[in-house]
Design a protein around this ligand. Structure first.
Ligand SMILES: Nc1nc2c(c(=O)[nH]1)N[C@H]1C(S)=C(S)[C@@H](COP(=O)(O)OP(=O)(O)OC[C@H]3O[C@@H](n4cnc5c(=O)[nH]c(N)nc54)[C@H](O)[C@@H]3O)O[C@H]1N2
Ligand SMILES: Nc1nc2c(c(=O)[nH]1)N[C@H]1C(S)=C(S)[C@@H](COP(=O)(O)OP(=O)(O)OC[C@H]3O[C@@H](n4cnc5c(=O)[nH]c(N)nc54)[C@H](O)[C@@H]3O)O[C@H]1N2
Ligand code: SF4
Ligand SMILES: [Mo]
Length: 728
């Protein structure tokens, strides 16, 4: 019999949702992880990925030492101190020879959520004088930032889920992905809301976990969200189903909006999307029938083209329905670790989406509120000339698996003078790197809920509705004999060795410029402790991080007074803009697009999706996980399989206009006919064994970066990709 000892708590760091996990120990060994039923925000929620997170630490593929590529091309163990010294020296040489822009950093999903490391990476690049700080947002949901900028934020925010009477989800499946829309523990929140009478409308080519519960599911042809959302707006406007008082008082651009959506009759929008016009009208009426509610879109809509228009209409529909908090209403979460916008029922108005930031050398693209366009980085590396990127630091990301245009990425990664990955395994990118720095994992480090609280700024159903936070120190020691580093420590050492003066941003301040200004100048004569770093990056938090820590290591709802929304001051000039000329012109351009009729040589559309058991390219082979996700299935409707003469389990080639990948087909009646539903971030590097039953196909390989890309953010078409299928 096993003696179960202490129960501790940690913030799960496997995805952004930051669940509170109970960790049961047998001696020093964590033996069981599960959600905490007493946790007020998550109420016992956890998923297999988190419950297996202790097993990742002892997984066979985990690196216990950093690796360095030797002259023969093999990766051999290297001491972390030696690796840091060599990397710093190399960066110094590259900057001296080619200037600071030659050094770039890409912050992937496991860097984006790691605020100490993210703050340090920002600081190192800034101190070097390099503007080349990239992250995954511009290949994820970049339309969110653009739509928000051009519509303008509503300072008071959105009503709490408990009050929603209607919810429109567009190309997102939060029950599986934890994407915004339903808050933390989304399945429970949806269940309760449905019991209360919430009307759910889902727009998705697949009968997803959320679509299966919808009152109206528009099972659309992919790539047609702009037309469908414009069609819904038109129904609301023509039938008078909008909040005329709110729109009259708080917006500009109604006439322009009316004109732009006029052509999108239910018949036209429905024909484009391959749905019934009556269903579209029903969806619009049901959505508008709620006195309170929300709209949220996800990666599907952001990857299928015209993402800025789609996300703009997410805001426009919210505004037409009047689904914003008003004066006198309350905001349940005044912020714990992150500051929120002032509680005023007003908008400061739109702000610029382009024309203020760093310019790329590629396709005229530039910095936007979604960050630098990551879809240009491979070419920034490959294209000779002044400013060419020669060194890349990859923080918790995997460009070879996740970036679009895998062949181009492959050429770029191999041409770098210095490629450094911070990664616990030899990822596809790591296999091409000069150095792979092996980090400590979740249970071995301090973890907090700060990133998820910050995501509360992304839109309704993100972050926490309660003043909730958690701070858990390290619970386990790294495996004996290992030489592991925290990412921020490495970046600190690199900064020290290069003689840089680092300033850490304050993550409690959402605006990045203000966050840097309010940051802390580091004392570079020594190395801070992890607690010190957390203190610095939470310097202006509403509740001091030591107070959060002092509440114990489990999640806690703080006794903070709710905010009462104040009326807009009389002289306030900002208004929401529902008639942005650039995006409405882009909507009009959709009318002229011919690809509603599928190109006969590419009759299928490959659409993106998430798998329940893995996050992106992470831990596909871990114990228990590997057995559950055998390869990267290509899910097709059974009638399409029959038409192609294929059986479930058959090996196929998926051919796009630029490349092909192998996959195993899976029969799935929930997928719309004509679609292939397949996850990203699988597969090896070009030339590596790509047995589809093992590694699975890499959908990014099918995507060119330089065709059908977004003119502002550069995101190429990563869903609704035209393809054809052949038996292998
Ligand atoms: N075709 C297509 N392409 C897509 C998408 C799609 O839907 N379709 N989705 C896009 C989206 S939304 C995103 S966010 C990007 C993701 O892009 P990336 O962030 O570049 O890819 P990930 O696979 O998330 O990379 C995570 C890496 O972090 C490593 N890792 C795991 N745990 C840790 C840790 O604790 N510390 C550190 N340092 N590293 C860790 C993993 O081994 C892995 O190599 O991909 C995008 N690409
Ligand atoms: N389990 C798990 N959770 C994850 C991840 C994971 O890999 N696994 N990844 C994490 C990351 S990095 C992110 S960004 C989030 C993303 O979170 P979500 O955006 O919710 O991602 P998905 O679950 O893929 O949902 C996208 C949906 O869009 C649909 N879709 C595809 N094309 C179109 C289209 O043209 N129009 C419409 N309307 N729908 C379309 C797909 O069928 C799919 O159901 O999830 C995060 N959480
Ligand atoms: S949903 Fe995300 S944070 Fe929660 S247990 Fe699963 S992997 Fe961890
Ligand atoms: Mo993502």
């Amino acid at each position: 019999m096993r003696s179960i000892g202490v129960k501790r708590h940690t913030v799960c760091q496997v995805c952004h949702a930051a669940c509170d996990l109970v960790v049961e120990f047998d001696g020093d060994v964590p033996v069981r992880l599960y959600g905490d039923k007493n946790n007020a925000a998550y109420r016992g929620y956890s998923c297999i990925k988190g419950r297996q997170s202790a097993a990742y630490a002892t997984a066979p593929e985990r690196l216990l030492q950093s690796r360095k590529r030797n002259a023969g091309g093999d990766h051999v163990p290297v001491g972390s101190q030696q690796a840091v010294a060599e990397i710093a020296e190399r960066i110094g040489e590259i900057v001296a020879l080619h200037g600071p822009r030659a050094v770039a950093c890409y912050v992937g999903t496991h860097g984006y959520n790691n605020f100490p490391a993210h703050a340090y990476a920002d600081a190192v690049l800034a101190a070097l004088g390099s503007p080349m700080m990239f992250n995954a947002v511009s290949i994820d949901q970049p339309g969110k930032a653009i739509g928000l900028a051009l519509h303008g934020p509503w300072l008071a925010g959105t009503p709490p889920i408990a009050r929603w009477e209607s919810l429109l989800l567009v190309g997102t499946n939060p029950i599986v992905s934890m994407n915004g829309g339903l808050g933390v523990n989304p399945a429970a929140r949806l269940h309760e809301a449905r019991k209360r009478g919430l009307k759910l409308i889902v727009i998705d080519p697949r009968v997803t976990e959320v679509a299966a519960q919808a009152d109206v599911h528009l099972q659309v042809r992919p790539g047609e969200d702009p037309a469908v959302l414009a069609g819904i707006a038109r129904v609301m406007l023509t039938e008078g189903l909008y909040d005329a008082d709110f729109v009259g008082a708080e917006t500009v651009g109604l006439a322009e909006l009316r004109d732009a959506v006029a052509p999108f009759t239910p018949e036209l929008a429905a024909a484009r999307a391959g749905i019934a016009a009556d269903d579209l009208v029903r969806a619009a009426r049901l959505f508008a029938s709620g006195r309170s509610g929300a709209v949220s879109a996800g990666t599907g809509s952001n990857m299928a083209g015209h993402s800025n228009v789609t996300e703009y209409f997410v805001k426009v529909l919210t505004t037409l329905a009047g689904f914003w908090l008003r004066a006198g209403e309350t905001i349940g979460n005044p912020g714990v670790m992150v500051n929120r916008a002032p509680a005023i029922a007003a908008s400061p108005g739109p702000f610029p989406a382009i024309g203020y930031g760093h310019k790329m050398r590629i396709r005229g693209l530039e910095e936007t509120p979604a960050g630098l366009p990551t879809a240009t980085l491979a070419e920034e590396i490959l294209m000779p000339g002044e400013g060419q990127v020669r060194a890349l630091l990859v923080l918790g990301g995997n460009p070879m698996a996740a970036w679009p245009d895998q062949e181009k990425t492959y050429a770029a990664m191999r041409s770098l003078d210095l490629l450094v990955c911070f990664d616990p395994v030899m990822s596809a990118t790591g296999r091409l790197a000069h150095y792979v720095l092996a980090p400590k994992l979740g249970l071995e480090t301090t973890s907090t809920t700060m990133h998820n609280e910050m995501f509360g700024n992304f839109g309704p159903g993100w972050g926490y509705e309660e003043p909730y936070a958690q701070y858990s120190g390290p619970l386990t020691q790294p495996p004996p004999g290992s030489d592991l580093v925290e990412e921020w420590e490495v970046l600190h050492s690199i900064g020290r060795q290069l003689g840089l003066e680092l300033r850490l941003r304050d993550w409690s301040i959402p605006d990045p410029v203000a966050a840097r200004q309010a940051g802390t100048d580091l004392d570079m004569t020594g190395t801070p402790s992890a607690d010190d770093v957390w203190r610095m990056i939470t310097r202006h938090s509403p509740v001091a991080v030591d107070v959060v820590k002092g509440c114990g290591e489990s999640g806690h709802v703080f006794d903070r007074p709710a905010l009462v929304v104040q009326p807009r001051p009389a002289d306030w000039t900002g208004r929401l803009d529902i008639g942005n000329p650039i995006l409405l012109a882009e909507l009009t351009s959709v009318l002229a697009e011919r690809d509603v009729e599928l190109d006969a040589s590419y009759p299928f559309r490959l659409i993106s999706r998430r798998l329940h058991d893995v996050v992106n390219s992470c831990w596909h082979d871990a114990p228990k996980i590997g057995a559950r996700v055998a390869g990267n299935g290509a899910f097709l409707h059974p009638d399409d399989l029959a038409m192609l003469g294929l059986q479930d389990g058959a090996a196929i080639d998926i051919v796009s206009r630029v490349a092909h990948v192998a996959a195993i087909v899976r029969t799935d009646p929930s997928v719309r006919r004509g679609c292939v539903s397949m996850s990203h971030a699988w597969g090896g590097n070009p030339g590596e064994d790509d047995d589809p039953a093992v590694r699975g196909g890499n959908t990014g390989r099918l995507v060119p970066v330089d065709r059908e890309y977004d003119a502002m953010t550069g995101i190429p078409r990563m869903s609704a990709i035209p393809v054809r299928l052949h038996a292998r």
